[in-house]
Design a protein around this ligand. Structure first.
Ligand code: ADP
Length: 637
């Protein structure tokens, strides 16, 4: 019997992660009972130390990629976006309000401030945010430079003073983005997210009222109107994204266009750091992208959260975050084989592997075997183990890969996880297949396993099966992987009438928006249901020998790569220029189709044809593939 999967939570949180994993049969790591390496997933809100990356064991995974601060710290993000604007053009990188990092950029800010004042255009507002604080702490809005007072490093940004309002309340979107891998860049966006409302009516004549201008839950939940019914917003300060989508449909707003623009923002933002993030196949990252929509439906990136809040403050949180974490675990694609951690761990204690593979091959990944107390004691034994890794890495990276190896590489580049080798000669696996080169098949089967290798391959880790069947000379196996008072004057000022007068009350329709109540979502491509699934993800399709990551896992939808060209550009070394070109084309089509839905659809068809003729690539040009229109769903219910 395989042991359970084990998760380790730093500082006992977040609770929702614990809940979801326990429900799925995982066990929580207890340092008094387990060896220090005896876990499959380590989850923490703060960053891991670089030694933790370097010492990762093959069956261990972390919830952060290294070196993503380039987008998760406000000043770094501002700097990186500025750099991209200079190299790729400001038309593409126009999705984030101009930002100045103070004190360094003070002179530049002063020039811009004076220029805008002199032009005599509409009033300009600014927002000042401490660079290393979150949850709205230390933020203030100002119009006159004499009100700009700061005593730490801050960014000053153009304040989007014309946000889209619902019943007079400002809101922003929390979009959950999972970067499954930076090499090759593989990005998923969760279809469900959160809409976070301010709890007092938007009013530019009271800039100091944070309950009207900031949408952080951490602030608004302490506001005087948090529990009050606030027009269509209702109680509290959050909606689910599905409720928001319903709202957009009721307004005849093309939410797919909005969705696609948000996808582009996510891709373009990730491009700023993707080439510089080290490859760490055992890591995954869940970013929280904060997007503000203005009155013209233009989405703006406000910031990227490194550890989006996973606290459950209200029903919307429960609906969204539990599903999110569950889908994330599915996306990480733990398979039965991961639960053999313990056995693999025990195997490290035995001199069970022999190879004559040279050990001089450079290895780009961060995973290494640990030099622990235990390993030091068994250094002699470990020597044979450390010899095994270069063999695995060599198979993945040798420039001299033959064609068969290249096919394997397509698989490996997706999974990029390497379990330690086990000498099947030492294992009483009666049904195990011996390799042609002398029995170094690397499937982690314990000596007591009664599992037939071919069954494991097809049922539990199908991606392994074809490789083992096609190429018996295979040496290794890999398994894959963070918120009512209402007056007419305020309503006018806020532009509420523009939106809310046309909005039929969503709640009066008597429809729930709970995750399972209205099935507005696409069916799960794997199971046909929204039940959590444990489906191996790899090996579904390939294009020109390149493995195409699954289009959808639960409510995570792949947004990058999004066509054959970006798939190609993301292999090996990320070709940013080529990706940017594709995004340019995409943006061009978006701009031209915006006023004409027919043209829009035609462009969509054309792109589909292009990508189809380029073999079997499942393009996600317009966001979720053929999503049922909410309005259609309502007709049928
Ligand atoms: P924090 O990390 O402290 O949450 P954010 O950049 O997310 O900082 O800003 C907090 C809130 O302030 C946002 O949720 C949004 O409501 C508001 N906000 C931030 N920047 C802007 C901006 N440029 N224009 C309009 N509103 C903004």
């Amino acid at each position: 019997m395989a042991a359970s999967l084990v998760f380790r939570l730093h500082d006992r949180g977040p609770e929702v992660v614990r809940e979801v994993l326990l429900e799925r049969g995982w066990e929580e790591y207890d340092k008094d009972e387990r060896e220090v390496e005896d876990w499959n997933l380590y989850w923490r809100g703060s960053a891991f130390r670089s030694s933790e990356y370097h010492n990762l064991l093959p069956w261990q995974r972390l919830n952060h990629h290294p070196k993503t601060v380039g987008i998760t710290r406000k000043d770094c993000l501002a700097r990186n976006l500025r750099r991209m604007r200079a190299t790729c053009g400001s038309s593409l990188y126009d999705f984030s309000p101009n930002a100045f990092i103070l004190p360094n950029d003070y002179t530049r800010f002063l020039t811009e401030y004076n220029n805008l004042r002199l032009t005599g255009g509409p009033s300009v507002y600014w927002i000042c945010k401490p660079v290393d604080l979150s949850r709205g702490r230390g933020i203030f809005i100002f119009q006159d430079i004499k009100d700009l007072v700061y005593d730490c490093s801050v960014i000053v940004q153009r304040y989007i003073s014309d946000p889209l309002l619902i019943s007079g309340y400002k809101f922003d979107l929390r979009i959950y983005v999972c970067v499954k891998s930076f090499h090759p860049l593989t990005v998923y966006i969760h279809q469900e997210g959160l809409v976070r409302f301010a709890t007092e009516k938007y009013n530019l004549s009271s800039l100091h009222n944070l309950y009207a201008h900031l949408t952080n839950t951490s602030i608004n939940k302490f506001g005087p109107f948090y529990k009050t019914e606030k027009g269509r917003v209702g109680q509290g300060c959050k909606w689910t994204m599905s409720k928001f989508r319903h709202f957009l449909h009721s307004q005849d707003i093309d939410e797919l266009l909005l969705w696609q623009r948000i996808n582009n923002i996510v891709t373009l933002t990730l491009l700023t750091i993707a080439p510089s993030v080290p490859s760490c196949p055992n890591c995954v990252e869940l970013f929280g992208f904060d997007i503000l929509i203005d009155v013209k439906f233009k989405p703006w990136l406000l910031e990227v959260n490194y550890s989006p809040a996973l606290t459950l403050d209200c029903q919307a949180d429960i609906t969204v975050k539990k599903g999110l974490i569950s889908d994330l675990i599915d996306l990480m694609n733990y398979t039965w084989i991961d639960s053999l951690r313990e056995r693999a761990y025990q195997k490290l204690k035995q001199p069970c592997f022999h190879t004559n593979q040279p050990s001089h091959v450079p290895v780009p990944e961060l995973s290494r075997f640990k030099e622990t107390k235990y390993h030091k004691k068994t250094r002699g034994i470990q020597a044979s183990q450390t010899q095994a890794l270069p063999l695995i890495k060599t198979l993945c990276h040798s420039k001299r890969m033959n064609q068969t190896q290249s096919r394997q590489h397509a698989f490996v580049s997706d999974c990029r996880r390497h379990l330690p080798p086990v000498d099947l000669n030492k294992i009483n696996a009666t049904t195990a297949t011996k390799t042609r080169t002398g029995g170094t098949l690397n499937l982690i089967l314990g000596p007591h396993s009664r599992t037939n290798v071919s069954v494991v391959n097809r049922q539990t880790c199908p991606a392994l099966a074809p490789r083992l069947m096609d190429d018996r000379s295979l040496h290794v196996s890999e398994v894959t992987n963070h918120d009512d008072t209402e007056t007419e004057a305020e309503a006018e000022l806020s532009g509420e009438t523009y939106v809310s007068s046309k909005i039929p009350d969503i709640r009066q329709r008597g429809l729930g928006f709970r995750r399972s109540a209205v099935s507005w979502k696409l069916p799960n491509i794997y199971s046909g249901s929204h039940e959590p699934v444990r489906t191996p993800l790899e090996g579904t399709t390939a294009l020109n020998g390149q493995h195409i990551p699954p289009l959808r896992v639960g409510d995570f939808v792949r947004t990058f790569p999004f066509n054959a060209a970006t798939l190609k550009a993301s292999q090996h070394k990320l070709n940013v220029k080529s990706v940017v070109q594709e995004l340019h084309k995409l943006t061009g089509r978006l701009a031209s189709g915006q006023s004409d839905k027919t043209k829009w659809r035609r462009a969509e068809e054309e792109v589909k044809k292009e990508t189809e003729s380029d073999e079997d690539f499942d393009s996600l040009f317009w966001g979720p593939k053929d999503p049922p229109l909410l309005s259609q769903l309502f007709k049928s219910t």
